[in-house]
Design a protein around this ligand. Sequence first.
Ligand code: SAH
Ligand code: SF4
Ligand code: F3S
Length: 438
Amino acid sequence: MKFYIKTYGCQMNERDSEAAASALIASGYEMVNEEGKADILLFNTCSVRDQAERKALGKVGILIKLKKEKPHIIIGVLGCMAQRLKEKIIEDIPHVDFVAGTEQFHRLPEIIASVLSKRKHIVAIDADSEIIERLAGHLYSDNQISAYISVMRGCNRFCSYCIVPYVRGNERSRPMEDIIAEAGRLVDAGIREIILLGQNIASYGLEGRGQPTESSPFAELLARLNAIEGLVRIRFTSPHPQYFNEKLIDAVAMLQKVCKNVHLPMQSGSDRILKLMNRHYTAEKYLSIVNSLKAKAPGITFSTDIIVGFPTETEADFNDTRQLMQAVEYDNAYIFKYSTRSGTKAAEMKDDVPQSIKEERNQILLADLARTTEEHNRKIVGADVEVLVEGVSKRNSTRWCGRSDSNKVVVFDPVPGIKIGDLAKFKITRATAMTLFG
Ligand code: SAH
Ligand code: SF4
Ligand code: F3S
């Protein structure tokens, strides 16, 4: 049988979809990239904002027509929204055959087999203590040069606005040896870049033990990975500023393979709002991490996540965010309008910033961001940039592309002798907001 999987949400969800696909392929199912060709339609969903949920629910809802025409088709809702809404999804959308939560990915073959044999609805949302041993990944294509490694699951931070700890459970870290072994296997299979994933990745190995100043198991992990021969780049997401201590700053600055491009979620630049968000740092502390990294790794770039319109956010709070953004000079930023998630601490507060103001603040930050990225890119034109070559460009098949250390796409004409996976220097001749031409 053929399956199709659509993924919403973050990179951890993409990684989970890879795990789901691997489990199904290992059980004899075939993966297809077109919905129309599949017998099993899977939707790996996100709950982080109301809009993310509505998108997936809308998509699954309209499949009623297809299900009427082809009743043999199986529809499964997976992931964070499945974990949050459980059987309610099937109550509201009865043509959904099964719901499988965030720790059920490797069980999909069993779940689908029982849907097929019993033709009844299944809701599988239990936690699974084995999941940590089951996180090792698999590769799909020979041309793949970059791979995700999941280093931990869950989150213990409970930022007041966030649903993630409720749908992904407690922090659990994988043993370092397992991660190193997986990285070694990936590099042997041709992988050149590894992207480490975890919702609170800087607290890797601490299992909720607070914030040590003298040590950082995550920094140790980076050092171990840096020593793997054949690996050329290491990226990671997302570190919480509270855990970005001196040890980790030094590791990022000194370790040659760790990309000098850090995603450091800021959320807000107002100390009052940060406190209400339960973020455990101040704007000053955040900026001190950034400045320390800039001093130790000249040329380092940053990206971030920001929420506008958190309950009670005033014009003055918003201006603090704007100021901190300007002080950091981000290369990229994901700006979100606050969305109430029921069950979280912030949901007890009134969502009192009008939608129109959230929209306005969003647009202001986007315009500020466009100015800084444009300026960064202008400075890059004429410079030499090291590129990890990915192969033929998706947009234009006569050209090739790759990525810079700062995670920008670099497009270039094919060069004899340069192949996929090479690290090569290109002189940049032109730049748009997200793309460089070399
Ligand atoms: N673990 C990551 C973030 C995961 S969620 C971290 O701590 O940085 C990705 C982003 O979604 C968050 O950084 C936040 O900016 C945004 N987000 C989370 N909950 C939200 C909500 N209720 N409304 C709007 N944005 C939200
Ligand atoms: Fe959510 Fe905060 Fe955990 Fe990130 S650190 S996943 S924002 S609770
Ligand atoms: Fe990721 Fe969304 Fe779940 S951001 S962890 S897919 S709620």
